[in-house]
Ligand binder design. Structure first.
Ligand code: PA5
Length: 453
């Protein structure tokens, strides 16, 4: 069962100026009851689809069946943002060497990156999953055009068709129309599930199934987290974690949230979470239309690697960060350390210990050092890394973010800043219907640049 250890955000641990009084949790347990009701009401009204996903068997069966028939050694995902980070997080957590399957994601349009990546792939061993909720995103559509030509050039039009599958909105968008025209199989993202909340739709589950992961178990874990997320605050890690970050950001000025997995498997998960947290909570307006400019900047550090890179800054630099560790109780391998160098001080103490013990000791050392320096930190722990716990962590994280949005009283489910950037790109590339943005671009161009050479 996923747990939240909040010892080190309390005043007793980090001092009154940086921490949260214990009593505040009891008060929040009472005052947050309506937030649980708010999310549940939004779910019941059909506005928030992400909460219902693990309770819907049909899409799970469909992707599993598709993967059984159509899996290939390479799964090439074309997508960006919420249409790429979920598959990457699942792959980084669950992939095993020698599985015979490989995920490759083209989530950037750097032309050298695309060309070099395609060179590493054999088209006949590659299934391409084009993912775009809107079905019009410039980066994904352009990459699709390149990859489709690459596939047709290698296999011919008829056989190439068998290598594409599309994940998109069920009703709108050019990608859907193209998929129908080409007769590509289509998996749908429910309209009431936003891009960054879509990992448990076929956006995440189809690549996961094609990679051989057990989707049923992912959903089982997600259901467990969903049940936990409807309980009162003191039994609800997602709600309590949201309360903690809200108080630390608003009242203790922790404007940066450092995601700190002590697990290599969860490293890409941190990137998925960065988008979820940043795009959901970074908002100019609150629900009443007041200019608030909310948002805690998420950043990632990897235990133990970043102990030798960023930790000095974290301990002695500006006290503007809150830390969220992600820990794992049991690793698949303990990795005992045996060696013939017991007479060397730097090796002797390691004899007959395990790498997992050293990993855990280093995490505790980092936690103690941060706490002593008055840096509030909390830990999310999962029992182990497998499909179930990853599903649990994904659902926990989405509730955590949604509850934070409730504390801030903002809409955590839109992204006007991202949409505006997309429109400017369309105008710059002369897509019809976006000329109203061309004037803005022209005005910026006319101002000229200040450049030093
Ligand atoms: O969370 C979001 O809605 C965005 O980050 C999208 O995921 C991203 O812009 C990609 O959009 P699309 O799936 O329409 O290509």
């Amino acid at each position: 069962m996923l747990e939240l250890d909040y010892t080190n955000v309390l005043e007793d641990a980090v001092g009154a100026a940086q921490g949260i009084p214990r009593i505040a949790f009891d008060k929040a347990a009472e005052s947050s009851v309506h937030l649980i009701g708010n999310l549940d009401a939004a779910r019941k009204s059909g506005a928030l689809g992400f909460m219902d996903l693990p309770f819907d068997d049909a899409p799970v069966k469909a992707v599993t069946e598709f993967a059984r028939q159509r899996a290939m050694p390479n799964v090439l995902v074309l997508g960006i943002g919420g249409s790429a980070l979920g598959p990457m997080a699942l792959d980084s957590a669950l992939a095993r060497p020698n599985s015979g399957r490989r995920l490759v994601v083209l989530d950037n349009i750097d032309p050298d990156f695309i060309s070099d990546t395609l060179e590493t792939l054999d088209p006949k061993d590659t299934i391409v999953n084009v993912i775009a909720k809107s079905g019009v995103t410039a980066e994904t559509m352009a990459t699709f055009a390149i990859v489709q030509n690459w596939m047709i050039g290698a296999l011919g039009e008829g056989r190439a068709r068998e290598h594409f599958v599309v994940t998109t909105d069920p009703e709108k968008g050019d990608l859907l129309a193209i998929a129908r025209h080409e007769n590509y199989p289509v998996f749908v993202i429910p309209p009431n599930v936003g891009g960054r909340f879509s990992v448990l739709t076929p956006v995440g589950t189809l690549p996961a199934a094609l990679l051989g992961f057990n989707i049923e178990s992912i959903m089982e874990g997600a259901r467990r987290a969903a049940h936990q997320a409807r309980k009162p605050l003191l039994e609800n890690p997602a709600l309590a974690a949201a309360f903690i970050q809200f108080v630390l950001e608003r009242e203790r000025k922790k404007s940066i949230l450092v995601l700190f997995p002590y697990s290599q498997a969860l490293w890409k998960f941190a990137f998925w979470f960065k988008q979820l947290w940043g795009e959901s909570l970074g908002k100019k307006l609150d629900r009443r239309g007041r200019e608030v400019y909310y948002g805690q900047t998420p950043t990632a550090a990897l235990g133990v690697t970043d102990q030798h890179s960023q930790l000095q800054l974290f301990i002695e630099g500006p006290n503007d960060k809150s830390f969220l560790f992600w820990d794992v109780k049991e690793f698949r391998n303990k990795l005992p350390i045996h060696h013939p160098y017991s007479n060397f001080d730097s090796m002797g103490y390691l004899q007959d210990k395990t790498m997992s013990l050293l990993f855990s000791a280093e995490k505790q050392a980092t936690e103690i050092a941060l706490t002593e320096a008055g840096r509030p930190n909390a830990t999310i722990t999962v029992d182990r890394i497998d499909e179930e716990t990853v599903g649990e962590l994904l659902m926990f994280s989405q509730y955590f973010t949604a509850y934070a949005g409730e504390f801030y009283d903002i809409n955590a489910f839109d992204q006007p800043g991202v949409e505006y950037g997309k429109k400017l790109t369309f105008a710059m590339m002369e897509r019809s219907g976006f000329s109203e943005y061309s004037g803005k671009i022209e005005r910026v161009r006319q101002k000229g640049k200040s450049v030093i050479r």
